[in-house]
Structures are given as structure tokens and as C-alpha cells.
Design a protein around this ligand. Structure first.
Ligand code: OOB
Length: 553
């Protein structure tokens, strides 16, 4: 079959090699679940709220839901936007889509109407799946369906709200027909579309195949020591690549373990769950790890079942790294990954220093990592440079983004990650910073240009730049630097502009934490915003808040 339009397949000789090496095993996601359900039918697969499903139960539900999807007109290769909280039904829906051959587009519960509309339009999605117990989420799905003509169905999980809209179906209704066993899609097909953290104006979609993704999942499960006794607590948004596959829920389900979905990441919710379900593994972002270590230090809950605490998504400081085993009572693993592919882990038997001071090394011996200068020349080990990578589970192109792909992939297929790293002699990477115009707000990624475009849509905003400012808790926060135009009163305040951006229908975490006004932005020779000068200036303001900003730049 010809590849999905808009997908850049791996070059044939690399694909052949990855198969020969046994990395790609022609296994689909649906087959992975089937295999585990055959081996461990009676073990608990998923716990979420009141739901507790064994592997056999999950597998049967997935067959029923997949049948319902197909009977409702969802076909192989159709795209379906999934924006669900951490519930057992998320696992059911996503595997049902895998089995039907349709492609989930992994939105986050934080995404709002503008973002969901964009994903649905770019993916020409046929359906949207949202939490039926959240009226705002249902309204959003209806708004997306109204705006994107390809969206014919709205599927609601949970106790569904009644609707006279013929497009709306409850997940339970989908499950009503007698289930059939559907043929699995080919494993070299695109399995789903992940979201890119992005740096340009329009968020990109990341096509991952069954073959490439499951290789990373199996290896992640092996590297992290998962097995049938693993009880994995999911506290980050489950659709994100980290809790999904590093080794995440897919790794746990591959290994015969149990996935426990936490409705929110607070210690108040999660510590009792750890105690009650004897949780062994958890993945955190650094700000959450800070909150958890503080709570554990003064808490009374029994966390002694914890075997591994993973921290990733943003840089973990050496201080935090040291505190985790002391307070949570389990070893730390640093994880430096990206939805585009490459994932690095510190290994469970690494010396303390490596775990504390590095972000680990790649999963695969065939992950090719280059660290280069601005002219793409390799720099020696220990020197900082741009990280480029290609390998058996790193994409060769974003979905439907030819122009962007020409910029972020080298002619020989290396992905320019936008991260600045040092590679040590032992192969471990240390993340030093970022060249891409992105803010990493405690693991939540914000593309500067996306928010600048929203700000510039305000009639009184002439120009705007969004940059990162250091923050002791989140690592980084966002600061919008704005040049106003016009003289009509009243000029918008910082609060007005924040409300304006929020009102444009974007996730809360993308709303600028601060808004500062200047007379002009620093410019490069060709008249573009000089971001490094601006970042330096902004950093200066926050060290000395009394300065007149307009004079600094
Ligand atoms: C993970 O994936 P994304 O796609 O949300 O973000 C990727 C970017 C990286 O390019 C890097 O800039 C940053 O997030 N990042 C880290 C990091 N882990 C990710 N920066 C410093 N230290 C780390 N440990 O964030 C992701 C995907 C899979 C596993 C883990 C994280």
C-alpha cells in the first residue's frame, strides 16, 4: 500500500536494516495488547477511578469499541482527535482506534478550542473524542465539529450528557454491537499522530508507525526493568509521549504490568494511590518532583512500594536529583526524550554521578547522535553544540509540513532537535539549553511564535516577542514583550493581553506569565527580533525590576 499522504517514510535501506536487526517486528499496537491478554488474561491491566479491568476485560472492550467505531463509519487511516483526561477509557479508546486502523491525534486535556480545531483541520479528522462528564469539553468538541467539516462524530466518554446533536455518540453506545475481531493494520503504517512542542507558529503533528514506536517501547521496558509486577502510576497527561511510551503505559502493558491512572498529579491524590495499589513506577516532570519531594518529607503515607522514579520533559537540577531518592525512597532515572523520537535514559546500574548530572544516553545502539556547531561541523566530546539525530524510531518528517521539514531535517535525514547538549566520553548527554524558540514551562512546551501570533491579533499590539525567563519552580516561565500601537485610550494592560490570549482559545499554560511593554524590540541586521539580546534584557529586568525597560534595549 502506498504510504499515508503527508507522511515521510523511512528510507527503504534503513527500514530493511531495522527489520534485519530485529528492531522492527511487524507488530501492531493492537497485537501487543492481544499478546499480553493471551499471556496474562487475569492480571489487572488498567485501574482508573472505579474501573479495574483485567487484560482479558480490556482486550474484549477494545474489540467491542473498535467494532463500534468501524460500524459507525470510522475507517483505516481516518484521523480521530482524542482529548481525554487520565481515565481507563483513554486506554480503551486509543487501543480501539489502533485496532480499527484509525489514527488517534493525541491532544491534551489542556488544549482549547483553537488548538483542537487546528489539529482536527490539519489531520482532516473524522471524529473527536472528549470527556462527556465535562460540559466545557463537550461544548468545545461541538465547536470543533462546527468549524471543521470533516468531523462527523463526537464521541463522549464517561456518564454522557444527553444531546440532540446527531453527531454525538456515547462510548458505551459504540460498544453495544457484538464484537468482531478486526484485521490488524500493517505495522509499517502510521499508528497515530503525536503533537510537537513546536517553535513555529502552527503546532506540528508527528506521525509514528507501529514498527518504530513499539521498538522504543519494548526497549524502554527492558532498560527500565518492567515486568508483570510493575504497577505504574500515570500522573502526567497520559497522551504525552513520556507517560505513553517511555516506557509508559505501553511499556507496562507490554510487560504484563498494571497501569494506574491518577486523575490529578497532586500528592494528596497520588500518595494514597501509591499506598493502596502498591505502585512501583512513576514518571514526573521536575516541578512535580519538587512538590512530591516536599510532601513526602513531611508526609505519613507509605511510599515504600516505589521502585523507580523517572524525571524528564525538562531539565532536572542536580539538587533535585539528589533529593529524590532521599525523600521518595526509590532511585531516580533521568529521561530526556522528544515526541519526534530519540529518548535517552540514565541506566538503573549507572553510578550516582551519571544519574545526578546527566540526562542519559540513547535507547538504541543505532540511534545516531551528532553534536554540531552552527555550520553543522561535529564538535568534540565534552563541547556544547546542537543535537542532531536519526535512528530506528525518530521521524523522517512532520505530517504535511514539507517546508518546515526542509528546514528541520538535514539532507541525509538527521532531525535538528533544537536542543543544545554536551556529549560526554561515556556517551551520556547533558542538556545545556535550546536553540529553538520554545519555552519549556516545567515540561509543558510553548512555541514562542504561536503566542506572538495571538498577541499580534490584538488591534493595539504592533509587535510582540515571547521569551523564557528563569523560574526556580518551573525552570522557565514565559514573558511576552509587547510594543503597542495607536493612541486610543485605554491602552491594554498586561492583564488585558493575558485575557485576550486566553480568549483566543489556547491552553492555559500558554498564556504569558508576564507581559512587559517596550517602545521597540531589539532587531537583528535584517530587521528580525534579536531574541538572544531580548532574552538577556528580560533576564536583566527581573534581576533589577526597577529599571525602565524601554531604555534597556
Ligand atoms: C518530552 O517530549 P516533548 O516532545 O514534549 O519535548 C521534547 C523537548 C526536548 O527537545 C527538550 O527540549 C525537552 O523537551 N526535554 C528536556 C528533557 N526531556 C525533554 N530537556 C532537558 N532535560 C530533559 N530531561 O518532553 C519527552 C518525551 C519522551 C520522554 C521524556 C520526555
Amino acid at each position: 500500500m502506498s504510504p499515508l499522504p503527508g507522511f515521510t517514510p523511512f528510507p527503504p535501506e534503513r527500514a530493511r536494516r531495522y527489520r534485519e536487526l530485529g528492531y522492527w517486528r511487524s507488530e501492531s499496537h493492537g497485537a501487543l495488547l492481544r499478546a499480553s491478554a493471551t499471556t496474562w488474561p487475569d492480571r489487572l491491566a488498567v485501574i482508573g477511578g472505579a474501573d479495574r479491568w483485567t487484560y482479558a476485560e480490556l482486550d474484549a472492550r477494545v474489540d467491542a469499541t473498535a467494532t463500534g467505531l468501524v460500524d459507525n463509519g470510522v475507517r483505516a487511516r481516518d484521523r480521530v482527535v482524542v482529548a481525554l483526561p487520565n481515565t481507563a477509557e483513554f486506554v480503551e479508546v486509543v487501543f480501539a482506534l489502533f485496532r480499527s486502523g484509525a489514527l488517534p491525534v493525541f491532544a491534551l486535556p489542556a488544549h482549547r478550542e483553537t488548538e483542537l480545531t487546528h489539529f482536527a483541520a490539519l489531520g482532516e479528522a473524522v471524529a473527536v473524542v472528549v470527556d462527556g462528564t465535562d460540559p466545557a469539553a463537550v461544548d468545545r468538541a461541538v465547536a470543533v465539529a462546527d468549524r471543521v467539516p470533516s468531523v462527523r462524530r463526537i464521541v463522549l466518554t464517561g456518564a454522557t450528557v444527553g444531546s440532540s446533536d446527531p453527531r454525538v455518540t456515547g462510548l458505551a453506545d459504540l460498544r453495544a454491537a457484538p464484537p468482531r475481531r478486526l484485521p490488524e493494520p500493517d505495522a509499517d503504517e502510521v499508528a497515530f499522530l503525536q503533537l510537537s512542542g513546536g517553535s513555529t507558529g502552527i503546532p506540528k503533528l508527528i506521525p509514528r508507525t507501529h514498527d518504530d514506536y513499539l521498538y522504543s517501547v519494548r526497549e524502554s521496558a527492558r532498560i527500565c526493568g518492567l515486568g508483570p509486577d510493575t504497577v505504574q502510576l500515570v500522573v502526567l497527561p497520559v497522551a504525552h509521549n513520556f507517560p505513553m511510551s517511555s516506557p509508559g503505559i505501553l511499556g507496562a502493558l507490554h510487560a504484563g504490568g498494571t497501569v494506574v491512572l491518577a486523575p490529578d498529579p497532586s500528592p494528596t491524590t497520588c500518595f494514597p494511590l501509591i499506598e493502596a495499589e502498591r505502585v512501583t513506577d512513576v514518571a514526573l516532570v521536575p516541578p512535580l518532583a519538587l512538590v512530591w519531594t516536599a510532601a513526602a518529607a513531611s508526609g505519613t503515607r507509605d511510599l515504600s512500594s516505589l521502585r523507580l522514579v523517572q524525571v524528564g520533559g525538562a531539565k532536572c537540577t542536580p539538587e533535585l536529583a539528589a533529593r529524590i531518592p532521599q525523600t521518595l525512597g526509590a532511585p531516580l532515572q533521568q529521561v530526556f526524550g522528544m515526541a519526534e523520537g530519540l529518548v535517552n535514559y540514565t541506566r538503573l546500574d549507572d553510578p550516582d554521578d551519571v544519574v545526578r548530572l546527566t540526562q542519559g544516553r540513547p535507547i538504541s545502539p543505532d540511534d545516531e547522535v551528532r553534536v554540531v556547531d552552527d555550520e553543522d561541523r561535529d564538535v568534540p566530546d565534552g563541547a556544547e553544540g546542537h543535537l542532531l539525530t536519526r535512528g530506528p524510531y525518530t521521524i523522517c518528517g512532520y505530517y504535511r509540513a514539507d517546508e518546515h521539514n526542509a528546514r528541520v531535517f538535514t539532507p541525509d535525514g538527521f532531525y535538528r532537535t533544537g536542543d543544545r547538549v554536551r556529549r560526554l566520553a561515556d556517551g551520556n548527554l547533558v542538556v545545556e539549553g535550546r536553540a529553538k524558540d520554545q519555552i519549556n514551562r516545567g515540561g509543558d512546551k510553548i512555541a514562542a511564535e504561536e503566542i506572538e501570533d495571538h498577541l499580534i491579533a490584538h488591534p493595539r499590539v504592533h509587535d510582540a516577542a515571547v521569551v523564557a525567563v528563569h523560574d526556580a519552580f518551573l525552570g522557565e516561565r514565559s514573558c511576552a514583550v509587547v510594543v503597542l500601537r495607536g493612541t486610543e485610550d485605554p491602552a491594554p494592560s498586561a492583564a488585558d493581553l493575558r485575557a485576550f490570549v486566553r480568549g483566543r482559545g489556547v491552553a492555559d499554560f500558554k498564556v504569558p506569565d508576564r507581559v512587559e511593554f517596550v517602545d521597540a524590540l531589539p532587531a537583528t541586521g535584517v530587521g528580525k527580533t534579536h531574541r538572544s539580546d531580548l532574552r538577556a534584557a528580560v533576564a536583566g529586568w527581573f534581576r533589577a525590576p526597577a529599571v525602565d525597560h524601554a531604555e534597556v534595549i
